[in-house]
Design a protein around this ligand. Structure first.
Ligand code: IMP
Ligand code: MG
Length: 186
């Protein structure tokens, strides 16, 4: 039986990370977080919609601590110059003041999103703030950010699956695959 490649998307290129590899790594990250937060009574996972949804719901099953979950939705714009900006489309609901917050995103590309959002969150006085991303493209960073929990580093390719999309398509794939841009029709 092999990997399910019959999802009827016609732009799937090479599979970079299999469901088994994802499951193994997400389990490890959950165990690491469990250990690091063993004395925290106020742990909050703060996910960025919508790409982090599949990751966060799997990850939380492996964090054996009391926790809460909230979400923010942001859009990032890069201008023609080096500066870009991030718009908050939907803010988190619960106060984070005094909480140990882990900001969770699907992928760090330039780093603009996570850098901007984490600065904003720090103004809201969490007890601590760490960054967790399933994927990282280190070659693309424009901001100097520290990722506390990183699933996988990948080369500079556009990827979909396990929550990540191209124009909202491909999120339901159980693996991470490169997009074959020759086959992709927007
Ligand atoms: P950054 O602000 O440049 O780090 O961009 C991060 C955001 O861009 C992520 O949260 C994703 O939504 C999106 N993104 C960047 N690279 C990819 C990719 O390869 N596939 C899907 N989305 C991506
Ligand atoms: Mg995103």
């Amino acid at each position: 039986m092999g990997l399910p490649t019959d999802f009827a998307y016609d732009f799937i290129g090479k599979i970079l990370i299999t469901p088994e590899q994802i499951e193994k790594r997400v389990t490890q990250l959950g165990m690491e977080i469990t250990e690091d937060y063993h004395d925290s009574e106020k742990l909050m996972l703060l996910g960025l919609l919508r790409g982090s949804v599949m990751f966060i719901t799997d990850l939380m099953r492996h964090i054996h601590r009391p926790l809460t979950m909230d979400f923010m939705s942001v859009s990032s714009y890069s201008g023609s110059s080096t500066s870009g900006f991030v718009r908050i489309d939907h803010d988190h609901k619960a106060s984070i003041e005094g909480w140990d917050v882990i900001l969770i995103d699907d992928i760090i590309d330039t780093g603009l999103t996570v850098d901007t959002v984490s600065r904003l969150l720090l103004d809201r006085r969490p007890r601590s703030l760490k960054i967790c991303a399933l994927l990282d493209k280190p070659d693309r960073h424009k901001r100097n950010i520290h990722i506390d929990y990183c699933g996988f580093s990948i080369p500079d390719e556009f990827v979909v699956g396990y929550g990540l999309d191209i124009d909202e398509k491909g999120r339901n794939l159980p693996y991470i695959a490169a997009v074959d841009l020759n086959k992709y029709k927007a």
